[in-house]
Design a protein around this ligand. Structure first.
Ligand code: FAD
Ligand code: MLT
Ligand code: ZN
Length: 565
């Protein structure tokens, strides 16, 4: 056995398939150019003067009728809404109880915020009204930029008294249409609230304002020798307040757990302007109900998060990243089980993508190449983070050799330096951007038992045939599949084949229809696929308690019919 291992090791070294890299900071390993910012999304649609979409920047043509409905139609007294690529977000009516903005409102906001933080400029509103994917589009006439909690409180108090609906917005990188208005809701963006308030180097607790960009927090912590417990492809634009409000998962959840564990406290403002100070910094505090959890993942429907206290982690000296290829999904599962068992204490990411996702990235992103020489059906990224360079590296190498020996892995490389590691991450993190560039994308974000994850991809492929390109990637270590369907355009035939099929399939396997992106407007009406009516009824009561007039992010998260007039 020992002999065989040594021979294997020699083979690998000789073939230079596996290459080593040394102690590098994880933060530095992640590619900066990969971060999302609106300016790099590269997917701008063109509209004619009547708001009909005729061609996107990448040359795809879209169904103009569908788009027209997306913008909201005036049907006599009622306004209706329909959006791309989601059957259930269609046919929402504007709640007639909401007031419409008038000039006195604007004057009031200018009084409390100053002229420059009351945005009426059409171009800036166009951006703020449109989500990252360019699928959801509102028609707000006003964006407010508060500078502190007191201003947020004054804004909400006023809006509540006037029955003006609002949408809290962070970096606007959300993928379920939650961060943009459905109709004319006032946008409240907390981007100016971006100060680090405190950092305790003993406990690792960071306290900051909600508008801090995730990547800026990571950079700040790097100087202190710490890292954020979460990391995602949108880090260059998303806010910590948005992360908390969506309970974002990302690439490190397998190691550091969800924000329900790492967020120690927060401050939030409810619809009537009340400021809830829950900004604790303690790891343990069992005094009554832990209300902060209501705001983690409630997508701006219960209050505006204004400050966050979060437990960060020491930056460890040894980081290794392997990119491996596997023939079949069963092998991916087995590698996951083995990785948890053999790399447990150093495992910091376990991500996967299928060959369709790889092809898409290779075809649509510049300067990307497949790090392994052979084309395979599946690829896995395994990252380890630890404190013993020699030991960690040997552990990973031994693990990969064993997997190779068992026939679970057909090829693989270990990043040799930061640039190589960045190029591996670029493949996995670039899929979302590549999908945007490829045309229309129908996105699903499912939690499923790991053994079921790829069955739904195969089933959907069979169901859609040549109509679309179905791909699967995601956070395999967390049982989270990103099921994406890429097609030339958005059309009713395709959506009819996908929904409710995907939701029913997920529900039948006791999965969740939203693992990490939230429900937003896309899936608000689908909540019953993952939650019982009794649970949803209690959620609705909580919503009514904290926001009796329903002004906070209406039509999102919960079925809007529960709150309609
Ligand atoms: P926004 O998009 O602005 O808002 C999202 C929701 O939160 C909305 O409902 C909004 O109303 C609410 N909200 C925002 N700020 C506040 C606040 N201060 N108070 C109350 N409510 C608020 N998500 C993951 O979970 N994991 C990933 O790996 C991941 N990767 C991504 C990669 C790319 C390329 C992109 C484009 C997106 C990705 N996302 C991922 C989705 C998205 O980035 C996350 O949901 C992120 O947490 C949203 O943060 P944001 O600041 O952009 O929030
Ligand atoms: C990811 O893991 O890449 C993100 O959640 C974004 C996506 O699902 O495309
Ligand atoms: Zn994800």
């Amino acid at each position: 056995m020992m002999m065989m291992m040594m021979m294997m090791m020699q083979r690998l070294r000789r073939s230079e398939e596996f290459i080593r890299f040394g102690c590098k900071s994880l933060i530095n390993l992640r590619p900066n150019k990969n971060s999302v910012s609106r300016s790099v999304s590269g997917f701008v649609n063109h509209y004619d003067t009547k708001g009909r979409l005729f061609e996107s920047k990448n040359g795809n043509h879209y169904n103009t009728e569908l788009h027209h409905r997306c913008l909201g139609r005036n049907l006599g007294m009622l306004q209706q809404y329909k959006c791309f690529g989601s059957s259930s977000a269609s046919q929402i009516e504007r709640n007639p109880l909401f007031s419409s903005l008038d000039s006195k409102d604007v004057s009031y906001f200018k009084e409390i915020l100053g002229d420059k933080n009351v945005v009426e400029d059409e171009e800036r509103l166009e951006t703020a009204n449109t989500d990252w994917m360019k699928k959801y589009k509102g028609s707000s006439k006003l964006m407010l930029l508060p500078k502190n909690t007191e201003e947020v409180s004054q804004i909400l108090k006023y809006c509540d008294s006037r029955c003006l609906a609002v949408v809290p917005q962070g970096g606007n990188t959300g993928l379920v249409g939650g961060s943009v208005p459905v109709f004319d809701e006032v946008i409240i963006n907390v981007g100016l609230m971006n100060k680090v308030l405190a950092f305790d180097e003993v406990s690792g607790v960071l306290v900051c304002e909600a508008g801090c960009i995730l990547e800026n927090l990571a950079t700040f912590l790097d100087t202190k020798g710490f890292i954020m417990p979460l990391d995602l492809g949108a880090k260059g634009s998303c806010h910590i307040g948005g992360n908390v409000s969506t309970n974002a998962g990302g690439l490190r959840l397998i190691r550091y757990g969800s924000l329900h564990g790492t967020v120690l406290g927060l401050e939030a403002v409810t619809a009537n302007g009340n400021v809830l100070d829950m900004l604790g910094t303690l790891r343990k505090d069992n005094t009554g109900y832990d209300l902060k959890h209501l705001f983690i993942g409630s997508e701006g429907s219960l209050g505006i998060v204004t400050k966050v206290s979060i437990l960060t982690q020491p930056k460890l000296s040894s980081v290794n990243l392997a990119f491996i290829a596997c023939k079949d999904y069963l092998s991916c599962q087995k590698i996951l089980v083995e990785a948890k068992r053999n790399l447990g204490e150093i495992l910091s990411a376990f991500e996967f993508l299928d060959n369709n996702s790889m092809d898409l990235v290779l075809n649509h992103l510049d300067g990307v190449r497949n790090p392994v020489s052979s084309t395979e059906n599946f690829y896995i990224l395994i990252e380890t983070t630890g404190s013993d360079e020699t030991n960690d590296r040997e552990k990973l190498e031994a693990f990969l050799l064993k997997s190779l020996e068992k026939g679970l892995v057909s090829d693989g490389v270990i990043a040799q330096d930061i640039n190589q590691a960045s190029s591996f991450w670029r493949i996995r993190e670039g899929i979302t951007e590549a999908l945007q560039k490829a045309g229309a994308v129908y996105k699903y974000d499912l939690s499923l038992p790991v053994e079921e994850i790829y069955n739904i991809v195969n089933d959907l492929r069979g169901r859609l045939g040549d109509l679309a390109n179905v791909m699967g990637y995601g956070h395999l270590g967390d049982g989270n599949l990103h099921l994406n369907i890429s097609a030339a355009d958005y059309n009713d035939k395709l959506i009819g084949l996908i929904e409710p099929y995907v939701y029913e399939w997920t529900s039948k396997h006791r999965g969740s229809i939203s693992a990490e992106h939230g429900l937003g407007v896309m899936k608000a009406n689908e909540i019953f696929y993952s939650k019982s009516p009794e649970t949803v009824a209690i959620m609705a009561s909580i919503k009514k308690l904290l926001d009796p007039k329903g002004i906070l992010n209406p039509y999102k998260v919960l079925p809007h019919t529960l709150f309609s007039h």
